[in-house]
Design a binder for this molecule. Structure first.
Ligand code: ADE
Length: 225
C-alpha cells in the first residue's frame, strides 16, 4: 500500500511513522508513506497556500491551485483508489471504514487547515471525506495520523500476532473483553478464576459474555446494528 499525505505542516505528521507499529510496517515495506509540503506547489514568492474567502468572513481558505498541482502530479505518476480529505464535516471514522481502506492500493490524504479548502477542491478531486470525531482540530494532520494508524495495523503482516487485530474492539461490533496479566493476585485484587483454569472453550465463552456485557453497558448503540 502507498499513502501520499499532502500537508502544510509535514513536521506535525511525520513522527507517528517513526516509532512502534507504523515504523515497523514502513521498515518491512508493507506500506510506503510520502509527505508532500503544499508550499512546494505554490507559484507566488511568499509560498502562501491560503487566501481570504469570497463574500467576506473570518478565516482563510486553502487555495485550489497548489492542491491541484500536487494532486495532478501524483495522479500522473500512478492511479489512486481514494483521495481523502480530512475535515470535521466528513463521515465519522469507524472500524468498517478502516477495514475498507486497508484493502486499497494507493491513497492520497489531504489535510485541511484554516477554514478548510476551496469547495472546488472537494468537488473536483476528493472521493471521500473523513472526520475523526465531532470536535474541531487545528488541522487535518492529527486526524490523518489517526486514520493511517487505524488502516496500517490492519495490513496483513504488520501485526506480529495476526489474530490480534481480529479480536480488537469494534471488529465484530463488540467492545473487547477485559484482559489481565501477572500477578494473578495484586494486593488482594484477583484475576477471574476462569482465566487461570486452562479450560479454553470456557474461557472463550467467558470472553464473549464479557464483551457483550461491556458493549451493552457502554455502547448499546453498537448492538443495534
Ligand atoms: N480537521 C479539523 N477537525 C477535524 C476532525 N475532527 N477530523 C478530521 N479532520 C479535521
Amino acid at each position: 500500500m502507498r499513502i501520499d499525505i499532502i500537508t502544510v505542516l509535514p513536521q506535525l505528521i511525520e513522527s507517528p511513522f517513526s516509532a512502534s507499529i507504523l515504523k515497523r510496517a514502513v521498515d518491512k515495506g508493507l506500506v510506503e508513506v510520502h509527505f508532500h509540503n503544499l508550499r512546494d506547489y505554490t507559484t507566488n514568492n511568499y509560498k502562501t497556500v491560503d487566501d481570504y474567502q469570497f463574500g467576506g468572513g473570518a478565516g482563510m481558505v486553502m487555495m485550489i491551485e497548489p492542491i491541484d498541482k500536487c494532486i495532478s502530479k501524483l495522479q500522473a505518476e500512478r492511479n489512486y483508489d481514494e483521495i481523502i480529505y480530512m475535515t470535521p464535516d466528513g463521515e465519522t471514522l469507524n472500524q468498517k471504514i478502516a477495514n475498507e481502506l486497508s484493502l486499497k492500493g494507493n491513497i492520497i490524504i489531504l489535510c485541511g487547515h484554516y477554514k478548510g479548502v476551496d469547495q472546488r477542491v472537494r468537488d473536483l478531486f476528493i472521493t471521500k471525506e473523513i472526520s475523526i470525531g465531532d470536535y474541531v482540530l487545528s488541522g487535518g494532520e492529527l486526524g490523518a495520523a489517526v486514520l493511517c494508524d487505524a488502516i496500517i495495523r490492519l495490513i496483513p503482516g504488520v501485526l506480529n500476532d495476526e489474530t490480534s487485530a481480529l479480536t480488537d474492539s469494534f471488529q465484530d461490533n463488540l467492545l473487547a473483553p477485559p484482559v489481565y496479566t501477572r500477578p494473578s493476585d495484586y494486593k488482594g485484587h484477583k484475576v477471574p478464576e476462569i482465566l487461570l483454569s486452562g479450560n479454553f472453550p470456557k474461557i472463550e465463552k467467558w470472553r464473549e459474555e464479557q464483551a457483550y456485557a461491556r458493549t451493552k453497558e457502554r455502547r448499546p448503540d453498537l448492538l443495534k446494528d
